[in-house]
Design a protein. Structure first.
Length: 292
């Protein structure tokens, strides 16, 4: 079956908008209580885990285990694609209610999407859940400046949501790890589209990813040359103003991964094939070089 978080804190997105009016449902067999909607991020991660487990099994020479994990992933993928993708004028992967309850403050019924487009949907790209067509819908929504493509970086929820706040923790402010998931997912699908022969759309994906990265490192405080502001917990998605805890390891770790891209020869060859140029380098504190 599909899975749901037991509470907002368990997801890591503590007070996200999707948790505001959530209720709990209890499994009558296991007696485990969980939130009343299936979560796209959790199920996408579990799908990716199965793919990784299959690869690990092959490395260990356990072909039967590899076949088992691959079969499970193959069976799960189409269900995730058909269940979590919400086709609308702003296509997106969203959480889905699995109960109908009079205590649900939003009066939603089973099978309806939770009315939130948030960073949990980025996982569908990062974990390679989306079909190529679904990914194109997601990219269109992510590139909308009235929803996600803000001046500094991607927010944790669509700016169109009535509960959105520029500095509201998981209700809108930017968390760099989530930006990296979306960015990496766009790059993955740029490669997939290129391999499928759809070069024009692949270039749009690659350009959107490059624009997200460029805005993050150009407009954020602490990301530029000689800027000694420490990496923070989260940021205002319009201004790049740092918020929350300083010297935050999640942010630092993902900046390091972005830095490492410049030394990835395979990625560099992909950039050349898609016709994108590397922008000018910028120094970051510690004499490291970050190319954006």
């Amino acid at each position: 079956g599909l899975c749901s978080w037991t509470e907002g804190m368990e997801s890591g997105m503590d007070d996200g908008i999707r948790f505001i009016n959530a209720t709990h449902a209890t499994n009558q067999t296991s007696h485990v209580s969980a939130l009343n909607f299936h979560s796209i991020d959790l199920n996408a991660y579990l799908y990716r885990d199965k793919r990784i487990m299959a690869k690990m099994a092959l490395v260990l020479g356990n072909s039967s285990a590899a076949q088992m994990w691959t079969a499970q992933a193959d069976a799960l993928l189409p269900r995730l694609q058909s269940y979590f993708f919400v086709q609308s004028s702003e296509p997106f992967f969203q959480d889905i209610y699995y109960t109908t309850s009079p205590t649900n403050l939003q009066r939603r019924t089973a099978g309806q999407p939770v009315p939130v487009q948030g960073c949990e949907g980025y996982a569908a790209l990062f974990c390679e859940v989306a079909t190529l067509t679904q990914a194109q819908g997601m990219a269109t929504t992510l590139g909308d400046p009235s929803r996600f493509l803000l001046n500094f970086s991607l927010p944790t929820a669509s700016m169109a949501n009535p509960n959105f706040g520029l500095e509201s923790y998981w209700k809108g402010s930017t968390w760099i790890d989530q930006v990296w998931f979306a960015y990496t997912g766009l790059r993955i699908y740029a490669s997939k589209l290129s391999n499928a022969g759809n070069i024009a759309v692949a270039k749009r994906f690659s350009s959107l990813a490059a624009e997200i990265k460029h805005r993050t490192f150009t407009n954020g405080q602490g990301f530029g040359a000689n800027d000694t502001v420490p990496f923070n917990e989260h940021y205002n998605p319009e201004t790049g103003r740092p918020i929350g805890a300083q010297h935050f390891s999640w942010t630092a770790a993902h900046v390091l991964m972005w830095t490492g891209e410049e030394f990835d020869k395979e990625l560099f060859q992909t950039q050349l094939r898609l016709g994108h140029e590397t922008l000018a380098p910028h120094a970051i504190p510690g004499n490291s070089m970050l190319f954006i």
